[in-house]
Design a binder for this molecule. Structure first.
Ligand code: GTP
Ligand code: K
Ligand code: MG
Length: 385
């Protein structure tokens, strides 16, 4: 009996030899679906696919969001960790200095953010090389990932790390594909699409669905989906959509001209963790993203991510007769910052008992002032409902 890894290799080889055309699309769809299922098997701890086993690297989560550090050995993850959080994490010129996860915390604009320094990973990590799978498993449960790259190394490293994460079910800076399906008892597959499909045909969709033993369903496709998108939706339970910031480290070792080129890479922040260059910018980008994620989760909106810089409004809560709690602001987006949004960000039930809010700060003339649900709050207001 061949192992899961061997089966994956066989299917990948068969896909490589199969030309993509109308006659083969059903077969290719089937192969892709088979491959996705085998890869999931490989990531399930009970599988016999090799690697796995042993204690994981997960740590108790603290703060409003956790940020995992992923990168090849010696790119400067631990140096950055110590610089950002003050939590010492051993750094040295040899590879695999860090052998376990090292958590630290940083307070930024009143928000506690947890950072998790991790051991370096190598190509093939997702298939069980080194302890790579345990490392990526931690990153998969983080709200945000820093992919740390050494700018003195080839930029192709970026792609290698990305494919390690993707192979583990992590989708980087991407929203879940806009595809829904509803299983039915009979009637076959009813496929509708609101945009033209340029990457996938009905044969491929049928092949994938039959591989997942779904023979009757309404499938609504509202994006120019690929086969992989469809498989991601069917495998939704093992997928995580996580924002990534590319941290381009060691810029002290390159020229200004080279640095100029780095600024063209999307979602990237060039820094020198050794010298502390540009780490403020990194903190700002990180804060904006992690706050946005927190607000999104607490107000139960869909978890879609936009990469614009968001204007955020921090509102401090003040229990009656006590000092405001400056350590944990309720963070709102400036386009959605009424008293009603504030209440909903805390808990939906608050609205039901709401009578009036008492607000101190820039948004009101009198200090304090009673306001209603539609009142717009300003940054650093203090509120009590
Ligand atoms: N020139 C330069 N060197 C750096 C910088 N940051 C880290 N280094 C050096 O890079 C080497 C590796 O740093 P570490 O922080 O141990 O790297 P790491 O990614 O944690 O390494 P592992 O834990 O082994 O995976 C050390 O010799 C650091 O001094 C930087 O910004 N510039
Ligand atoms: K190192
Ligand atoms: Mg390290």
């Amino acid at each position: 009996m061949s192992t899961t890894v061997e089966k994956i290799k066989e299917i990948e080889a068969e896909m490589a030899r199969t030309q993509k055309n109308k006659a083969t699309s059903f077969h290719l769809g089937q192969l892709k679906a088979k491959l996705a299922k085998l890869k999931r098997e490989l990531l399930t701890p009970s599988s016999s696919g090799g690697g796995g086993g042993g204690a994981g690297f997960d740590v108790a989560r603290t703060g409003v969001a956790s940020i995992g550090f992923i990168g090849f050995p010696s790119v400067g993850k631990s140096t950055l960790m110590s610089r950002l959080t003050g939590q010492h994490s051993e750094a040295a010129a040899y590879e695999f200095t860090t052998l376990t996860s090292v958590p630290g915390q940083v307070m930024y604009n009143g928000a506690p953010l947890q950072m998790i320094d991790l051991p370096g990973i190598i190509e093939g990590a997702k298939d069980g090389r080194g302890r790579g799978r345990q490392v990526i498993a931690v990153a998969k449960t983080c709200h945000l990932i820093f992919i740390i790259l050494d700018v003195n190394k080839p930029l192709t490293d970026k792609r290698v790390i990305e494919s390690e994460l993707e192979g583990f079910g992590i989708r980087i800076n991407k929203e879940p594909p806009n595809i829904t399906f509803k299983k039915k008892d009979k009637g076959g597959l009813n496929i509708t699409n609101t945009v033209p499909l340029t990457h996938i045909d009905h044969d491929e969709i049928k092949a994938v669905m039959s591989e997942y033993r779904i023979n009757s369903a309404d499938i609504a496709i509202r994006c120019d989906a690929t086969v992989d998108d469809l498989i991601d939706v069917l495998e939704a339970r093992s997928r995580s959509y996580i924002p990534v910031i590319y941290v381009l480290n060691k810029i002290d070792a390159i020229s200004i001209e080279e640095l100029d080129l780095l600024y063209r890479i999307p979602n990237a922040v060039p820094i020198s963790s050794e010298h502390g260059w540009n780490v403020d910018e990194l903190m700002e980008v990180m804060y904006v993203l992690s706050m946005w994620i927190t607000v999104t989760i607490s107000s139960k909106l869909t978890c879609s991510l936009r990469w614009e810089k968001l204007k955020l409004v921090r509102v401090y809560t003040k229990p009656k007769g006590k000092m405001p709690d400056y350590s944990a602001p309720v963070v709102l987006r400036s386009t959605k910052c009424t008293v009603e949004d504030f209440c909903n960000a805390i808990h939906r039930s608050i609205i039901e008992q709401f009578k009036t809010a008492i607000v101190y700060g820039k948004s009101v003339k009198h200090q304090p002032q009673r306001v209603g649900l539609s009142h717009e709050l300003a940054d650093e207001d203090i509120g009590n409902v």
